[in-house]
Structure formats: C-alpha cells, structure tokens
Design a protein around this ligand. Structure first.
Ligand code: EPU
Length: 417
C-alpha cells in the first residue's frame, strides 16, 4: 500500500491549476450512456474513481479512450448487464448508474454500492425519490432492481438534499412524458454541472442552481463535447496548504461562485486573498483569528468535504472553535490522528468537536480515514515538525489528481513510496 512521506516546514509558493471536479465528472460519465453518439469530455481529472467508473462502463460494453484530461466515450453497443457487487463495491458513486441505465433501458439491476467509510450513508433518498416518480423499486438485500416502461412527469419531493440522489432523479426524468419537477433538490456545483452537460446534449432542465428543478421530457439526447467544471474541493485544499505554510500561491481555473462560504470563513480569520478572473491568489497572512464555529451544510453552506482540511488550519490559530458536522456522523476519525500529532481536540458527540489552538504539530505515521481526512493529514504533514508518513493514500488518489505532484511544484517536500 503506498504512502506519502512529507517533510514539514516548507512554504509553498507559485502557481498551480485546479483539475476537473471528481463529483461532477462521475455523474457526467454515467449520463454519457444516455446517448448512442460519441461524448467528448474535457478537463477530466485522472483519479482512481474515474478509472473505476470507466471500467464499469467498459464492462457494460462502452468504448472509452482517456488521454490527456480528455475522454471519448461511445455507448452504442452498451448492454444492460447486471452490475455485480465486486464492481460497484469499489465506489459508492456507482449508484449513479441507476438513473441513466433506467432512462436508457427501462430497467436496471445493480448490487448495493460501496465507497468511503464516512458514517451511515443509506440510499433511501434515491429509492424513495424513484418511487415518487412512479418507478417500481425492488430490493432483495443485495441488489436494487428498478423498472419503468414509461416515466410520467410528476413532482418529486426529495427526502433530503442528497447530491447523488438528486443527480439520479434528474437523469431518470430526462425522457419523461410531460414535465417533472424535483423539489428540495441538492444544488451543489457538481449537480449544476451535470444539468449543464445534460442540457448540452439536448435535455431541457431549468432552475439550475436552485432547490427546484424543472425537467421537460425530451425524446432523445445527442452526443456533445463538454468541459467538466473545476474542482472547488481541490481548490479549497490547495488554498489551505498555502495559508497553513504561510506561502503565496495562485490557483488557476477557479469557479468564482463555488467556494463562497469557504472564502468567507478564510476572510473572517484574517486570511488575505483575491479572487479575480478565475484566479485565486493567497497571500501570506499574519496573526490569524479563530472563528467560534464552523458548521457544515448543503450548498451554498460550508462544504462537508472541506471540514477535515479546514480543521487543520483551526489547530494553528489561538482560541476555540466548535465544528458542527451536520451531514455525516462518521467524519471525525481524523481528529484522533491530529491529536497524536499534537493538536488539542475534544469530540463532543458524533456531530460536534472542539478544537483548541494553537498547537504545533509533530511528524508521525498517520492514516487516511477517507478521501478528505487523507487530504487533512497531508496538510498537517506540510506544517508538522519533522517527517510525517500518511498511509492508505489510495483514498486520496480516488479524488485528488496528482496532489503530491501539485504540492511538489509549489515547493513541498512530499514523496510517494
Ligand atoms: N444528508 C443530510 N441532510 C441533507 C443531505 C444529506 O443529513 O440535506 C446526509 C445524508 O444522510 C448522508 C450525507 O449527508 O449521511 C451525505 O449525503 P448525500 O446523499 O448528499 O451524499 P452522496 O450523494 O452520497 C455526495 C458526494 C460526497 C459528499 C456528499 C455531501 C459525490 C459522488 N459524492 O455524496 O463526496 O460528501 O455528497 O456533499 O458527489 C467526497 O468528495 O469526499 C465525498 C464523499
């Protein structure tokens, strides 16, 4: 199993370009099977979750070519095979195939998905919403089986603003008769990007970016060329690396309205930055102030996926912050690792933890509990005294395209072994 070895204490400086978004490209790849013509995607991150999704699509008969951030995908020979557990268990996002396969074939059978271990993540929201759309849902404990000869447009009220459940519903409803409305829809930037991609293929989705999506059914979609949006979660992680090391980094290709609450929190703490013409410049900032709370929420709130990386910054600022993780109940595992490195943390309950700064961190061997917890360990390693070894980096490789290479380019001492 690979690990990162990081020598802490080096300021990061220079320019780096953000990659395409993991959470946008995965549903977009799933949606590509809704057309028989070729789809060409640009700005695709080279991450293992993308490779896993491509492998599943190839197993179904898709022809795929991935080179230099570009994917060509053709699915005219796609078959509606059962997707077994060993395929979907590798990645929870394989659940995203339900909507498009149903839309294309009127039926789909898939094993229950796997993914990062971050608390209880049921798929009730997906199944409940499918049922509201009139789709027959059969679960046998191991598999999910959906059937719908025709889907009639209806109002669906999402049980919660679940990202992948909303995406599944959007894809399932594209060919509906009449008009479907998805109320209480998730509106994360990656949900918006999926809608824009579907519209580029001929879908008629409006209300993009809001919690109410209106989908006028169309008879067919056509292939398209589309640039995947940049990854605001990677931007946030790299921005924190700059702030933590007291460096001066410019991140290019940043979507200006994807990170507002994150940037507001940085501003509140006294971080100096400028976001202009899709470039985020972070300047060295002295005497940062703590914030009393950091509460995660669905978009446009503070993203849960930046909670762990941000916590590393909170360990470096004098004062107390209560983190309130409102979405996941299993996303504090990384705090035990930070504690061993020297941070002063108290877990109040599965959703709340207190961080008391400022504590110098010392290098240790730590593990990645999930993708974002792994990124937090890398950030901690960049500022820790001595050497930090981060194990289980297969989690990090699932969603960050060449994180170590990007950090090295900025002057970090990080190696893969
Ligand atoms: N939840 C709520 N209230 C809500 C919405 C969600 O409590 O209004 C809870 C759910 O019950 C669940 C958790 O929040 O426990 C996540 O819910 P969701 O169904 O939205 O998650 P997901 O669709 O499975 C996507 C991302 C995750 C990201 C979450 C939350 C993809 C492929 N995955 O997962 O990404 O954490 O949304 O934004 O888009 C990551 O990138 O590291 C990652 C795990």
């Amino acid at each position: 199993m690979s690990q990162f070895i990081i020598k802490g204490g080096h300021k990061l400086t220079g320019t780096v370009r953000a990659s395409g978004s993991k959470n946008a490209v995965l549903p977009i790849l799933a949606a590509a099977i809704m057309v028989q013509n070729e789809v060409i995607l640009d700005n695709v991150p080279d991450i293992s979750d993308v490779r896993t999704m491509l492998h599943i699509l190839e197993t179904l008969g898709a022809q795929v070519h991935f080179e230099d951030q570009k994917i060509h995908i053709k699915t005219d020979k796609l078959s509606n095979k059962y997707i077994p557990h060993q395929e979907v268990a590798q990645m929870r996002a394989s659940i995203l195939l339900l909507g498009p396969l149903l839309a294309r074939f009127g039926e789909v059978k898939l094993a229950f998905p796997g993914g990062c271990v971050i608390g209880r993540r049921p798929i009730d929201a997906h199944l409940d919403a499918f049922k509201q759309l009139g789709i027959q849902v059969v679960e046998d404990g191991e598999n999910i089986h959906l059937k719908a000869k025709k889907i009639s447009g209806k109002i669906v009220i999402m049980p919660e603003m679940s990202v992948t459940a909303t995406e599944n519903l959007i894809m399932a409803a594209c060919f509906c008769e009449g008009t479907a409305e998805i109320h209480l829809a998730a509106c994360e930037p990656h949900v918006q990007d999926l809608c824009k991609f579907l519209n580029a293929m001929g879908a008629k989705i409006s209300g993009i970016g809001t919690h109410k999506l209106i989908i006028e059914g169309v008879n067919k979609l056509l292939g398209a060329q589309y640039k995947v949006c940049s990854d605001y979660l990677e931007v946030g992680t790299l921005a924190l690396a700059s702030v933590l090391t007291g460096g001066e980094v410019c991140i290019e290709d940043v979507s200006e309205d994807h990170l507002e609450m994150f940037l507001y929190k940085l501003w509140q703490m006294g971080v100096k930055f400028e976001l202009k013409k899709r470039k985020l410049h972070l300047y060295p900032s002295k005497q940062l102030k703590t914030i009393s709370n950091l509460k995660t929420a669905v978009h446009p709130g503070f993203p849960t996926d930046l909670q762990a990386p941000f916590a590393v910054l909170l360990t470096q600022v004098a004062g107390e912050t209560v983190i309130f993780e409102t979405l996941f109940e299993g996303r504090f595992g990384y705090l035990a690792e930070l504690e061993q490195m020297g941070a002063n943390v108290q877990i109040i309950n599965p959703h709340q933890a207190r961080i008391i700064g400022a504590s110098p961190l010392k290098g240790l061997t730590v593990t990645s509990h999930d993708l974002r917890a792994g990124a937090a360990m890398v950030l901690a390693g960049l500022i820790a005294e001595g050497e930090t070894q981060v194990s289980n980096i297969n989690y990090i490789d699932r969603g960050y395209d060449n994180l170590d290479g990007k950090l090295r380019k900025l002057g970090a001492k990080i190696q893969r072994s």
